[in-house]
Design a binder for this molecule. Structure first.
Ligand SMILES: Cc1ncc(COP(=O)(O)O)c(C=O)c1O
Length: 430
């Protein structure tokens, strides 16, 4: 799957890991239908070749500077996916004690783990310091105080990076915009300078980095350029005061392609960032989540019923908003494709909906597709990021199974939850 590095100004396109082979949707040559038949539905299916192609595209795009690609674990935190990325030299960007545990279990070296988030608890800070991770991205003055106190208790030095709020509004859904001054994330520039001075004086703290993350599903590169300029000028200012900062972390957020057509290539991001970055002696960190895994995953679901009421068509499937929250949460669009194309089915415009008792439980609105039969499988595309990781047990529905295709074979990487799993923690208390 390795592709040639870009020549001259041409940016290559990333390959879609899921393609039709005749009438059958296939992943790395394997028919999706045969995996779904074995595991049952709903099931998330991921392509390791697709994920690695995207990781390598980042690594190639930024190879001219010292860098680390810290995968944002929240996008898809399955241990097998984490292990795959860890084996291929990625770092990990975590946001909770649970993600720290997963990252360590998957084999990320602690020196490649960074910890973001506005509300880290004392317990989480302790765990991170004990694990000796690379840096904690601090998001408030009170957090910095707690880290200092905790480090003193543990008799360690805490590696600090401050998350700057650059007041940049990236052009994306307002729920996933994080870099503007109205968002809860990061600290303004004036406070940042003050906190670095305080950090430089504290024996329990060690300055490691400066960070920002301006949002998710970003397709315009200019906001990254502006954010980097702000980080670099703060770094420069602090350097003049004798406060050096080794790591400059520009966050994640590069978009994936949810419609037909290519997604923004990491090379495009590199072309915006590297000319501004190159003069520096810093190490560049990036925190991509979605752009590494989104397009390399699908959610396969089976048609339960079809119905027509008041002249409107519905296709009722066995996956729902508890399995994939993005359409209900962000009004997000996911292509829905047949797992086996039927050249004869009648064309229909229908809402593809799940069994959950909410009108918002719609996976796809007004989709034009050939009427599937009962028990036919459909694939909800670009579901590898913020799919399973955001899923819930709402309506007492066990969460879906997950499978990974690697080297032409597939394997289960998460068992489907059972009714027993759903009751654990309650049944023993009644
Ligand atoms: C701090 C931080 N870094 C990285 C990411 C990853 O973003 P994306 O998946 O859009 O690349 C997020 C996502 O919300 C985040 O909060």
């Amino acid at each position: 799957m390795e592709r040639k590095p870009p020549s001259n100004n041409r940016i290559p396109e990333l390959q879609a890991p899921f393609r039709y082979k005749g009438n059958l949707l296939a992943v790395e040559g394997l028919p999706v239908e045969s995996i779904a038949a074995r595991v049952s539905t709903p099931v998330y299916i991921y392509s390791s070749a697709g994920i690695l192609e995207r990781l390598r595209a980042y690594q190639r795009a930024f190879r001219s500077v010292p860098h680390l690609i810290c995968y944002a674990v929240k996008a898809n935190s399955n241990l097998a996916i984490l292990r795959l990325l860890a084996r291929h030299n990625a770092g990990a960007d975590i946001v909770s004690g649970g993600e720290l545990r997963r990252a360590l279990l998957a084999g990320f070296p602690p020196g490649k783990i960074i910890f973001s988030g506005v509300g880290k608890t004392e317990e989480e800070i302790k765990d991170a310091l004990r694990a000796r991770i690379r840096m904690i991205n601090v998001e408030s003055e009170e957090e910095l105080r707690l880290i200092r106190k905790t480090a003193r208790k543990l008799k360690v030095q805490a590696p600090i990076s401050i998350r700057v709020n650059p007041d940049i509004a990236a052009d994306t859904h307002h729920h996933i915009q994080t870099g503007s001054k109205t968002n809860k994330f990061g600290i303004d520039a004036a406070q940042t300078i003050r906190l670095y001075r305080e950090t430089a004086r504290a024996r329990e703290l060690r300055i490691m980095g400066i960070q920002c993350h301006i949002g998710s599903q970003i397709t315009q590169m200019r906001p990254y350029g502006k954010a980097l300029e702000i980080l670099l000028s703060l770094r420069e200012r602090l350097l003049k005061e004798g406060i050096p900062i080794e790591v400059v972390d520009i966050g994640g957020g590069l978009g994936a392609s949810y419609h037909e057509g290519p997604s923004p290539h990491p090379e495009k991001l590199a072309r915006m960032i590297l000319p501004k970055f190159r003069e520096n002696d810093a190490i560049l960190f990036l925190e991509p989540g979605r752009s590494l895994v989104a397009e390399s995953g699908i959610l396969v679901t089976r048609v339960i019923y079809r119905k027509n009421s008041h002249g409107k068509h519905f296709i009722i499937v066995d996956a729902a908003m508890n399995d994939l929250a993005r359409p209900a949460l962000y009004d997000a669009f996911h292509l829905i494709q047949p797992v086996r194309k039927s050249p004869t089915g009648r064309w229909v415009t229908a809402d593809v909906v799940g069994p959950i008792c909410e009108s918002g439980d719609i996976l796809g609105k007004a989709r034009r597709l050939r009427t599937p039969r009962q028990n036919d499988c459909l694939a909800v595309m670009t579901a590898g990021a913020y799919g399973f990781s955001m899923s819930s047990q709402y309506n007492s529905r066990p969460r879906a199974a997950e499978a990974l295709v690697e080297d032409g074979k597939w394997r289960l990487i998460r068992k489907r939850e059972t009714q027993k799993d759903l009751l654990r923690g309650e049944i023993e208390l009644i």
